[in-house]
Design a protein around this ligand. Structure first.
Ligand SMILES: NC(=O)c1ccc[n+]([C@@H]2O[C@H](COP(=O)([O-])OP(=O)(O)OC[C@H]3O[C@@H](n4cnc5c(N)ncnc54)[C@H](O)[C@@H]3O)[C@@H](O)[C@H]2O)c1
Length: 260
């Protein structure tokens, strides 16, 4: 029997990049991914792609920073499937600028997506997970949950913050058999990273090749990008882990960039 047979996972930001890979892999292992994304057309295309391979998938329009949209997406999922076994809080953006120049509006927008989004989706899903006395919540952290880099003040702040939210959810959720983890990737070639290569080159006054070699992959053991498959594997490991033994923990997936 496939590992996630009949299980339902809401995956935010799953129209693209890491979230999409998690959705595809979850479906391949028997589960139903709910593709919750700001970009509904792309979410719907991902859901259709998965259904085309013979699995079920459902697309919902969701701005994770908007409480009404989150509540609607979660209740639509419950109405359709009657259960939510896994939440992967993955939607995120990146904006790079030095602190001294960081526009306050951009700071607030980034924190709203990364932190308000994690809080709102957690709160909405916990209600149903507590009733079912079962659930797994996985936050998409980053090596930047543990490390700082120049130009990334709100991102580093938000990713550190997710560790705190995860630990509280792990403690509060334990009596309901709800577990929480953070998966912390290194650099992964997705649109989010492709966009920041030229931006960082400009801010740091170096070539794009040097941004990749001397900034992004400098401390890896093998000079390799982390892949979406690497990250999806770690997320599904956490989602499928059945006891509370690992709850509250974070797992770094970074080709050795950050070791603890
Ligand atoms: N790519 C990396 O190197 C890397 C490394 C560590 C962590 N991460 C984290 O992984 C997550 C996914 O990043 P990715 O690289 O796959 O990016 P991506 O840009 O490929 O995908 C992000 C998705 O999130 C969606 N999104 C953006 N704002 C949203 C909102 N308000 N509500 C709902 N959906 C929204 C986008 O439409 C997009 O589909 C992010 O949390 C990011 O911080 C990425």
């Amino acid at each position: 029997m496939p590992r996630f047979s009949d299980k339902v996972a809401i995956i935010t930001g799953a129209a693209s990049g890491i979230g999409k890979e998690i959705a595809v892999r979850f479906a391949a292992e028997g589960g139903v991914p709910v593709i919750a994304d700001l970009n509904f057309d792309a979410a719907d295309a991902t859901a259709r792609e998965i259904r085309g391979k013979g699995s079920d998938a459902f697309a919902v329009a969701m701005n994770v920073a908007d409480e009404t949209a989150v509540e609607r997406g979660v209740s639509d999922t419950m109405a359709k499937y009657g259960r939510i076994d896994v939440l992967v809080s993955n939607a995120g953006i990146q904006i790079v600028k030095p602190v001294v120049d960081f526009p306050f509006g951009d700071w607030k927008r980034l924190l709203a997506i990364q932190l308000d989004g994690a809080f709102l989706t957690t709160k909405a899903c916990l209600r149903y997970m507590y009733q079912a006395k079962s659930g797994s919540i996985i936050y998409m952290g980053s090596v930047h949950s543990k490390e700082a880099s120049v130009l990334k003040a709100p991102y580093v702040t938000a990713k550190h913050g997710l560790l705190g939210l995860c630990r509280v959810v792990a403690k509060e959720g334990a009596q309901y058999n709800v577990r929480a983890n953070v998966v912390c990737p290194g650099f992964v070639r997705t649109p989010l990273v492709d966009k920041q290569i030229p931006e960082q080159a400009k801010e740091l006054g170096i070539s794009e090749e040097d941004v990749i070699k001397r900034v992004m992959l400098k401390d890896t053991v093998d000079g390799q990008f982390t892949t979406t498959q690497d990250v999806a594997e770690a997320v599904l490991f956490c989602a499928g882990f059945k006891t509370n033994a690992l709850t509250g923990q974070s797992l770094v997936v970074s080709h050795g960039w950050f070791m603890e």
